[in-house]
Design a protein around this ligand. Sequence first.
Ligand SMILES: C[S@@+](CC[C@H](N)C(=O)[O-])C[C@H]1O[C@@H](n2cnc3c(N)ncnc32)[C@H](O)[C@@H]1O
Length: 267
Amino acid sequence: MDLGFRGEVVDFYHRFRRGYPPTVIDSLVGAFGLTTDDVVVDLGCGTGQLTLPIAERVRSVVAVDPEPDMLLRARRAARERGVANVTWMIGADTDIPTLGALIGDRRLGVVTIGQALHWMDHEELFRAVVPLVRPGGGVAVVTNGTPLWLQNTAWSRALRGHLEDWLGSELTSTCGTDEASRRRYSDGLAAAGYDVAVTSVDYLDELSAEQIVGGVYSALPVDRLPSPEQRPRFAERLCHVLQPHRPFTEQVQVTMLIGRVHVSAAR
Ligand SMILES: C[S@@+](CC[C@H](N)C(=O)[O-])C[C@H]1O[C@@H](n2cnc3c(N)ncnc32)[C@H](O)[C@@H]1O
């Protein structure tokens, strides 16, 4: 499936998608008892939003994504940040079982999935991870706030209306951030033999109009991105629609589903 995380969309993704606050990384480190001896897999790593801050807390991260342009941008971001313990791999959730042969007797601390599980076969994936992790390790399913156009604020509703008119279709996908998805993933973890806990980090942010426009570009498939010539007009119209609803405040909720394998299941 072509998800369109290519070309210019990648730069928009890198510039405008929010990262994760340090408290989120602290929660993950605490939940799985991660140390500088641990190897972590970050699946669906994108441009490294979760990969890089976790890499600074563990021995090594294997960052996996099917989109070469995302990986290239992520690798550049790692270099810019001085992070040198990440291996960037083209791959998908379906490649996780073969990691067993690669890591041999070394077990993983955790497989993290930041804002990407909705593209994966989560039940298969959860089962595949069990034999790969050490006791106390597991899976972390992380979401990073509600899509900009689905929030319960006047500016978000105005944004949704405008985008739906422009795209000619309804915008309903929550990208796995809604309660029903979380319940489905939680049930999937429990069925695969994990102990499940949920935790969240909430904070208030204020966005600029430029951040909203960039956030929209970062979420469009590359073939729907307005051309460079069309962008000033696109941004102008969007700003006009948003203007009456300033300030653009956002209540961000980062949720973490923590699935720890039973000690008896981890080899
Ligand atoms: C919305 S981005 C999330 C990036 C980053 N993890 C974050 O938290 O912001 C989703 C990423 O998942 C990747 N992806 C899509 N399908 C995937 C799959 N089946 N297996 C692994 N990654 C996948 C996409 O290429 C994209 O880079």
